[in-house]
Write a protein that binds this ligand. Structure first.
Ligand code: G3I
Length: 468
C-alpha cells in the first residue's frame, strides 16, 4: 500500500467509525479503565500511523513491553536489528534472526514495518570499515548489500530508510566511507538499487536535526529537489525528531510542508524528547506539550503520514548512554506507566486517558502480600495477584521495591529478577492469563538484614495495584 493510500485508508476508517458511533452502532471510545481504545486506532482516525522503534530482545522477554507494542502501535521499526553490523557481522554470513523476529511479529499483529537502515556510517561491520576496499569494490559491496537485504524483505517492509544521516549540521555532506569513496552519487545509486530490490517499498532519506528550517534541512531539501528532477526513486523524508524539551522548532510544520509540496511523504521516524534529570512535574508537563505539538504538526501537514516514537520505555532508551545526565525522553516511564506525554497525545487524538499517570489502582489488579516464615537473616514471602477487572490479563509483569535491602534468592511460579531494590516477576508460560475474578500465587525466599517491611506499591504491567 502506498503512503497516500495508507493515509486515505486510515482517514476513511476513522470517518466510518465516527459515522457508526453517531448512528449508535459502535461504542465511542470511553474512559473505561480496563479497555481504553488503543493509540493506533485513535491515530488512524486522525489520518496518521503511530509507530515505535523496538528491539527484538525485550519484545521476546518482557511482557509489559510486548503488550504495549502489540496493542498501541501500528508501525514498528527495528531499533538495531536491520543495521549492517547486525545482519552481516562477518562477510557473507548473515544473522537475520532478530530482524526476522520483528517482521514476523509485526505481521502477526497487523503492523507495518519501517526498515532501518540500508546505508549508514554507523554500526557497520568491521570487515567493511577496515577492509581497505577500493571505490569500485565498495560500490559493488553496497549494491549487493542493498539487493540482498531489501530483497529478503521484499513486500514485507512498508518503507526503507535507505540512506541514514548523510549531512553535517552545516549542510555539507558527511564524510563517510560512502561519500569519501563514491561521491554524492552513492545516495541516488542506493535509492535505485533499493527500488530494484523491492519495487513496492517507500524509499526514504532519514536524518536528525532537520525538524526545523535550518542549514541541514535546507541541504536535504535541495538534494530532494535534485533527485526528483533526475528521476531518482525518492518517496519520503524521515525526520528523526530527537528533541530536547522546550525546544520543538517553531518551523516544524512549515518544514514538513515544503517537503510535502514536492510530492514527498514525510514521516517523523525516531521521536524522543529528552530532559535533564531528575524528572520533575514541570518538565513532564513541558514534555507533554512538546509531544502534543509534534503530533499536531504531523496531523496538520497532509503529507505527514506518521509518527514513530524511538522506544517504549524510559528504562530502555539510548539517551542516558549517549547524553549522560539526560533521559526520560519517552511516553512510558521505566515502570511502563504512561506519562503525561502519553496522555497529551492520547487526548489530542480524541481519546480519554483512563487515569492520571502515576495514580494508583485502576481496578485491574489487587495484590496480597504476606511473610509466610521468617528467621534471623531470611524469610519466605507469599504473593497473590488477583484480577478484579472484567477482562482477562494476558501476560504480566509484577514489580515492587524492597526498601530495606531485602534480596530475593529464589522464587517460583514466574521468572524472577532483581536490580537494586526493584524486583520483577514475569509470568510463567502456564500462568500467563489471569481470568476476571481469577488470581495467581507466587512465592520466594529472600535475605534481609534485620528489618523486613512489606513493599508499599505493587505494579502490574505498569499499573499500580490495590492492596488486599
Ligand atoms: O547488544 C549489545 C549488548 O550485547 C552489549 O552488552 C551492550 C553493551 O553496551 O551493547 C549492546 O549493543 C548496543 C545496542 O544499541 C543494542 O542495545 C550498543 O552498545 C549501542 O551502541 C546501540 O545503540 C544504538 C544506537 O543507535 C547506535 O548508534 C541504539 O540502541 C539505537 O536506538 C540508536 O538508534 C539511532 C538510529 O539508528 C539512527 N538515529 C539515531 C538513533 C540514536 O542514536
Amino acid at each position: 500500500m502506498t503512503d497516500n493510500r495508507h493515509r486515505r485508508a486510515t482517514r476513511l476508517l476513522g470517518l466510518l467509525a465516527t459515522g457508526l458511533c453517531a448512528a449508535g452502532l459502535l461504542t465511542a471510545p470511553t474512559a473505561q479503565a480496563a479497555d481504553p481504545t488503543p493509540l493506533r486506532e485513535l491515530a488512524a482516525a486522525a489520518g496518521i500511523h503511530v509507530g515505535n522503534g523496538i528491539e527484538a530482545a525485550p519484545l521476546a522477554s518482557i511482557p509489559a513491553y510486548e503488550a504495549i507494542v502489540g496493542r498501541e502501535y501500528e508501525a514498528v521499526t527495528p531499533g538495531n536489528e536491520m543495521k549492517w553490523g547486525s545482519v552481516e557481522p562477518t562477510r557473507g554470513q548473515y544473522n537475520w534472526g532478530p530482524a526476522d523476529q520483528i517482521v514476523a511479529y509485526a505481521e502477526a499483529n497487523d503492523q507495518i514495518v519501517r526498515g532501518h537502515t540500508l546505508v549508514w556510517h554507523s554500526q557497520q561491520p568491521n570487515w567493511l570499515t577496515s577492509g581497505n576496499f577500493t571505490p569500485a569494490q565498495l560500490r559493488t559491496i553496497l549494491s549487493e548489500h542493498i539487493a540482498v537485504q531489501a530483497g529478503r524483505y521484499e513486500g514485507r517492509v512498508y518503507a526503507w530508510d535507505v540512506v541514514n544521516e548523510p549531512f553535517n549540521e552545516n549542510g555539507s555532506y558527511r564524510g563517510t566511507i560512502w561519500y569519501d569513496n563514491l561521491g554524492v552519487d552513492y545516495i541516488a545509486d542506493s535509492l535505485r538499487w533499493a527500488r530494484a530490490a523491492d519495487p513496492g517499498a517507500k524509499l526514504y532519506i532519514n536524518d536528525y536535526n532537520i525538524e526545523g528550517i535550518n542549514a541541514k534541512s535546507n541541504a536535504l531539501y535541495n538534494l530532494a529537489v535534485e533527485l526528483l528532477a533526475a528521476g531518482v526513486p525518492l518517496d519520503g523524508i524521515g525526520i528523526q525528531g530527537h528533541i530536547i524539551i522546550g525546544q520543538v522548532p517553531s518551523t516544524f510544520a512549515a518544514n514538513m510542508q515544503r517537503f510535502a509540496d514536492l510530492g514527498l511523504d514525510v514521516a517523523i521516524t525516531e521521536l524522543d524528547i529528552r530532559m535533564q534529570l531528575p524528572v520533575t512535574d514541570a518538565k513532564l508537563q513541558t514534555q507533554a506539550a512538546d509531544y502534543r505539538s509534534v503530533f499536531q504538526s504531523c496531523i496538520a501537514v497532509d503529507g505527514c503520514i506518521g509518527v514513530t516514537v524511538w522506544g517504549v520505555t524510559d528504562g530502555l532508551s539510548w539517551i542516558p548512554d549517549t547524553f549522560p545526565g539526560e533521559g526520560a525522553a519517552l511516553m512510558h516511564d521505566a515502570q511502563y506507566r504512561p506519562k503525561p506525554a502519553w496522555n497529551s497525545v492520547y487526548q489530542l487524538l480524541g481519546g480519554t486517558p483512563p487515569e492520571e499517570p502515576g495514580e494508583p489502582g485502576n481496578g485491574t489488579c489487587a495484590v496480597r502480600y504476606s511473610v509466610a516464615d521468617q528467621w534471623n537473616n531470611g524469610f519466605t514471602g507469599a504473593i497473590t495477584v488477583a484480577n478484579p477487572g472484567t477482562t482477562a490479563i494476558d501476560g504480566w509483569e509484577l514489580s515492587w521495591t524492597f526498601s530495606s535491602g531485602q534480596s530475593v534468592t529464589n522464587g517460583w511460579n514466574g521468572t524472577w529478577s532483581q536490580s537494586g531494590s526493584t524486583v520483577r516477576v514475569t509470568n510463567a508460560a502456564w500462568n500467563r492469563a489471569i481470568a476476571p475474578g481469577g488470581n495467581v500465587t507466587l512465592g520466594f525466599n529472600a535475605s534481609h538484614s534485620g528489618t523486613n517491611p512489606a513493599p508499599g506499591t505493587f505494579t502490574l504491567n505498569g499499573t499500580a495495584c490495590t492492596s488486599q
